[in-house]
Design a protein around this ligand. Structure first.
Ligand code: GLY
Length: 376
């Protein structure tokens, strides 16, 4: 079947299922699901959990694309719950970009709601406040009170938080936000991206000088390995930095990471959790594939048609295979994309649905089927 027609069919399945889930989960901030594939709510357990914006964001995207009441009502009620996370300042982290850029940020962009604009700007200020001006990086996490000094830690995932800063500069006509984003992107390019275009998950800098100290394997297999979701964050993140700045080095970097990602998955197009882990056990991470597919589609759109086609085709191939192997279309259950993995090590959090897997899978299909343009 032709790609567009296929995407339109999958889009219909998404809408049929999510319209039901929107009502069932209208008062939850879902992360994963229970054994019956029913959303588990994070609002009591951890209101500042980094993924808490994905469900309202998914609802805003579906509302923007369909204008259906079920999505609007779920988006509004869950956005209201998410807002209470601002009260926990010391629990917040660099992922305020994930939390608010695509939730209240999209709400503002599609409805013009002024309070949503303020929420997104408030989040941008929190993110800008994490910038280490001596080291020229955005600090990832807060002190965990575990004896580890993580003040010099920056992680590849932060590339996806930068659009909040670029947007804030455009919105306020104040260059400070974008200049922080650019400094961080340049630092990441120089220190996270290896010569073969694989990327490090965690890099530790000297917080007083910005000197590279060491890398950590983070959620991947080990130091020197290649955590696939990190590769996907980098791929999509550098494309987005290019879109906002038009700096060609970000586009070139995204292209190299994309080629590396494609060569790492093109056996069966089902992403493993780490591209440099031992062959067995096979640990999949569908979320890496969904994020990378979005990055590949956006990358293709930045290039001349014949250079971009290979990236678009790779995205479609991966989505088709994942749809066949990993999607649950039962309207009585909550999550669509199964087989996400939080991290390489540890039996828990392996081969489970994770909310951002659904978010990025839907984003990719929404774009391919022509129902949506961009969240970021
Ligand atoms: N940002 C954390 C993760 O990708 O799991």
């Amino acid at each position: 079947m032709q790609d567009k027609k296929w995407a339109e069919e999958i889009w219909k399945k998404i809408d049929t299922k999510l319209e039901k889930v929107a009502m069932r989960s209208a008062h939850k901030l879902p992360y994963t699901t229970d054994a019956s594939n029913v959303h588990i709510d994070m609002q009591q357990k951890n209101i500042t959990w980094w993924t808490n914006g994905f469900w309202p964001a998914l609802m805003w995207m579906m509302y923007g694309a369909t204008k259906k009441d079920a999505y609007l009502s779920s988006a509004q009620s869950t956005q209201k719950i998410l807002r209470t996370a601002f009260e926990k300042y010391d629990g917040l982290h660099h992922d305020v970009g994930f939390m608010w850029h695509i939730s209240s940020g999209v709400q503002y962009r599609i409805t013009g709601d002024k309070s949503a604009r303020l929420e997104a700007l408030y989040a941008a200020n929190l993110l800008a406040g994490r910038y280490n001006a001596d080291g020229e990086y955005i600090r990832a996490w807060n002190d965990n009170n575990d004896g580890v000094d993580n003040s010099g830690w920056a992680i590849i995932d932060c590339m996806m938080n930068l659009p909040l800063l670029y947007w804030a500069s455009e919105e306020t006509q104040d260059t400070r936000f974008a200049s922080i984003a650019i400094k961080h992107a340049n630092k990441t390019l120089a220190n996270h991206v290896r010569p073969d275009a694989s990327v490090r998950h965690i890099v530790e800098y000297n917080p007083k000088t910005g000197e590279f100290m060491k890398e950590y394997g983070g959620q991947g297999y080990a130091e020197g390995s290649s955590w696939s979701r990190g590769q996907a964050w980098a791929l999509y993140g550098f494309v987005l930095s290019y879109i906002y700045t038009k700096d060609k080095k970000y586009l070139d970097t995204a292209q190299k990471i994309a080629n590396y990602f494609i060569s790492s998955v093109c056996g069966d197009w089902l992403p493993r959790c780490d591209f440099r882990a031992p062959q067995t056990p096979i640990i999949y991470d569908s979320t890496a594939g969904a994020i990378a597919a979005c990055g590949l589609l956006e990358l293709a759109g930045c290039l001349e048609e014949n250079s971009g086609l290979q990236f678009k085709n790779a995205a479609v191939q991966m989505l088709r295979v994942m749809e066949h192997a990993f999607c649950d279309w039962n309207i009585a259950t909550d999550a669509i994309l199964q087989m996400g993995t939080e991290r390489y090590h540890g039996e828990s959090g392996r081969h489970i649905p994770i909310i951002y897997g659904d978010f990025f899978f839907v984003e990719a299909i929404a774009k391919l089927s022509g129902n949506w343009t961009r969240n970021w």
